[in-house]
Design a protein around this ligand. Structure first.
Ligand code: BGC
Length: 765
């Protein structure tokens, strides 16, 4: 969907005919969930609704899940969708979401939610896709493409740096420019460039001192000017602090309705504080979107069964098999007479997260009911709660569960995080499961280890039992099809084929961002910079509990014949990477082929590996397929604060193909050459090292060193003959320091002459 020239012209003409009063009315909502209609211009209300993994059409004037909502399909939470690593499938989910919106008269869906999972403690991590901007960006772009193919507008959120919940309406995120661009903005950049969303939602928090909704750098300089975004920017609900500043920065719509802005904005325009052209610009941008959405309305009856099937498939594709000792899965049920189903989650399943994303779905069967429904004939199922709804346990509950585990052929334990442990609005303070859940697993594992533990949680948890039980299945929050999809996997009607979209550390203390996670006198310092998630563990050479990209399969895959089209490339080249993948086991299965780039440069700090692309394949036993990736210079670039933009450093890069960040199956080294090497200009304050590394300065510096007396040089002792210690001191010293220590052999006049000569050279200007 695009805003074409007709809507653009219409927006322009209408803006020119609007009164100031109409313009300020249009700048804020007409209600909690709609924009201001203007009949005289043929503009109706535009309806907005949450998002992101199901449509939350609020019937009453209320938000944050407190009201009665219309029924919709509850897809797996974004944390689970991220684990599918399946672009095509998420496009289908997007299409389904868009169709449901159309059928309910919704023009804009408030999703996808794509903030980076900076710390495992983020309360809203279940609502976000990944810790990695490429994975989240490419998946979200397909969700947007799907939604918008139906005529519904998508609204990516929350722009930007809303990576935690505590004090989200006031916290000032202090983040350096490079980290901001490479991690926290990158995900939005990919979505804008790969799918053109109609809307973006400004976040609650401040970014480097300015509220996101009043941040001209974010809303205009980066979003519109650098990335070419042409849609509308709306505020998160109740996020606007100063409306005049927000208009100036680039905000098109304050949500929800706030009648106080009418007078404020009118006054600001009449007094000249807010130039009317700016308000006109905001109005035109907004109208372009509203007219486009209005034209694309296309309500049709929804095929609910089809959407249910998509939700179910997505659920199975998102489940990650973390451990499968003795191939406990897929289970052969033909010789199994009895199954012990343990854990209260089997009768009160955890299916979604709390807050604005919660979806009102059809009443669903419990896991226990669905297991009984799908069970092979003759299989006896015995249930014991093991813990209560709060997650506590008693000796009696444990005893009952232990008895069931002893008496039955097979045991499955359902555990994870209860609802109150994670939600929009607050962060977590630890990553432990409730005591009762852990005790139940421990108790049963002491009796037998051939247990399958099924986890329902939206964010990472400590898993001490990963060592003690034979099989663990990460089942996230799977939405309305939780029970059905789990029964499908347990009875081998579907395969769990997810891969980790985030790292699970062993303990909270292991992660980098945790140290910098609390708001400190109003400021949240992103002190770990780019080293979040796998970037940190790789840098430190650590093995977390579950690495990024990891997931077991029922089958095995061989990677071979990895090739690149060129081993020397320039910034202008495209590089094609090919690799063959073969299913060498006896089950059909999914494999996720992951491409990482490692940078060997040392001038700038780099993560060891960074994901650049991925592809999910389904292969029959014995089947082989070639996967092809095309990389351009974006894959090798990094953001330089000094240069004020993206640069590529010449040098060697590793192209790595893997089945997870820790399981690299093939690598090729390439050399990136720069047609023109860029160097900082030499000044009198440059260091000796900078002079020696500079094509126009090296000869000058060598000449100076040839007669230098200081640091033990002179009398036949050259620079090369100095100790490593003294050499490093000299190399890192700005030139004036060398003058002082030179015993008169190097002067300020000589240095000025050197600078002039270096600057005078054509190629160094
Ligand atoms: C949330 C948004 C949501 C909005 C409307 C806010 O509190 O942060 O994600 O779209 O409410 O419900």
């Amino acid at each position: 969907m695009e805003i074409n020239s007709m809507e653009r012209e219409q927006a322009k003409a209408v803006t020119a005919s609007m009164t100031l009063e109409e313009k300020v009315h249009l700048w804020t909502g007409n209600s909690y969930w709609s924009t201001y209609p203007m009949e005289r211009f043929g503009l109706s209300e535009c309806i907005l609704s949450d998002g992101p993994h199901g449509v939350r059409r609020v019937k009453e004037r209320d938000h944050l899940g407190q009201a009665v909502n219309e029924r919709a399909t509850g897809f797996p939470a974004s944390a689970a969708m991220g684990a599918t690593w399946n672009k095509e499938l998420l496009r289908e989910v997007g299409e389904a979401l868009g169709r449901e919106c159309q059928s309910m008269g919704i023009d804009i869906l408030l999703g996808p939610a794509v903030n980076m999972k900076r710390s495992v403690l983020g309360g809203r991590n279940f609502e976000y896709l990944s810790e990695d901007p490429v994975l989240a960006g490419k998946l979200a772009a397909q969700i947007v493409n799907g939604i918008q193919s139906t005529g519904t507008g998508a609204c990516m959120k929350h722009f930007a740096c809303n990576n935690s919940e505590a004090y989200r309406m006031t916290a000032d995120v202090n983040v350096d420019e490079r980290t901001l661009h490479e991690l926290y903005l990158k995900v939005f950049e990919i979505i804008v460039k790969e799918s053109g969303p109609m809307a973006v939602m400004g976040a609650y928090n401040k970014v480097n001192g300015t509220y996101a909704c009043e941040n001209k750098y974010l809303l205009t300089d980066v979003l519109r000017n650098a990335w070419g975004f042409t849609g509308m920017v709306l505020s998160d609900w109740l996020a606007v602090d100063e409306c005049v500043e927000a208009v100036k920065a680039g905000l098109n719509l304050e949500m929800p309705q706030n009648p106080a802005v009418y007078e404020k904005l009118e006054k600001a325009v009449l007094s000249g504080e807010l130039p009317e052209e700016l308000l006109n610009k905001r109005t035109e941008e907004l109208l372009g979107v509203l007219f486009t959405l209005q034209k694309n309305r296309n309500p049709k009856p929804v095929d609910w069964e089809k959407h249910r099937a998509i939700a179910r498939k997505t659920a199975a594709e998102s489940m990650v098999l973390l451990k499968n000792e003795g191939n406990l899965l897929p289970a052969d049920w033909s010789r199994t007479k009895s199954l012990a189903v343990l854990g209260d989650f089997a009768v009160h399943p955890r299916t979604q997260g709390g807050g604005s994303s919660s979806v009102e779905t059809e009443q669903q069967a419990t896991i226990l009911e669905e297991l009984k429904r799908q069970a092979p004939e003759g299989l006896k199922i015995r249930f014991a709660a093991g813990y209560d709804r709060e997650g506590d346990t008693t000796e009696e509950l444990l005893k009952e569960a232990a008895k069931a585990a002893q008496d039955c052929d097979r045991v499955i334990i359902f555990a994870g995080l209860p609802e109150s442990y994670e939600s929009e609005g607050y962060d977590r303070s630890h990553m432990r499961m409730p005591e009762g859940h852990v005790r139940l697993i421990d108790e049963i594992a002491a009796i037998r280890t051939d247990i399958l533990v099924v986890l329902s949680n939206g964010s990472p948890i400590e898993m001490p039992f990963l060592e003690t039980v034979d099989a663990v299945l990460e089942a996230w929050l799977l939405g309305q099809e939780t029970a059905g999809a789990l029964a499908d996997v347990i009875f081998h009607r579907a395969q769990p084929s997810g891969r980790m979209p985030e790292t699970f550390p062993k303990h909270l203390e292991e992660e980098a961002a945790g140290v910098h996670f609390s708001v400190d006198e109003g400021t949240l310092y992103y002190g770990e910079r780019m080293m979040t998630g796998y970037r940190y563990y790789e840098k430190r050479g650590m093995t977390p509990a579950v690495p990024f990209g990891f997931g077991l399969s029922y089958t095995t895959f061989d990677y071979s014949d990895m090739t690149v089209t060129k081993e020397r490339v320039t910034e202008k080249d495209e590089l094609e990477v090919r690799v063959k993948v073969k299913n060498t086991g006896s089950y059909p299965g999914y494999e996720v082929v992951q491409l990482y780039v490692s940078n060997r440069q040392t001038r700038m700090l780099h993560p060891e590996k960074e994901l650049k692309d991925f592809e999910k394949l389904y292969l029959q036993p014995g089947e082989e397929r070639e996967v092809r990736f095309v990389l351009n210079c974006d894959a090798f670039s990094c953001y330089s604060r000094k240069a004020g933009g993206w640069i590529t450093e010449p040098g060697e890069y590793g192209i790595l193909i893997g089945a997870s960040v820790k399981d690299i199956r093939g690598s090729v080294l390439i050399r990136l050459e720069q047609e023109e090497e860029r160097h900082d200009r030499l000044t009198e304050k440059s260091t000796l090292e900078e002079w020696l590394a500079h094509p126009c300065g090296r000869k000058e510096a060598e000449r100076m060193l040839s007669h230098y007396r200081g640091f033990g040089m002179g009398e036949g002792r050259s620079f090369e003959e100095l100790s490593h210690f003294v050499k490093r001191i000299m190399l890192e010293m700005p030139m004036p320091g060398l003058i002082t220590a030179s015993d008169g052999s190097f002067t300020h006049e000589e240095l000025s002459a050197m600078v002039n000569r270096a600057a005078g050279k054509e190629e160094c200007r």
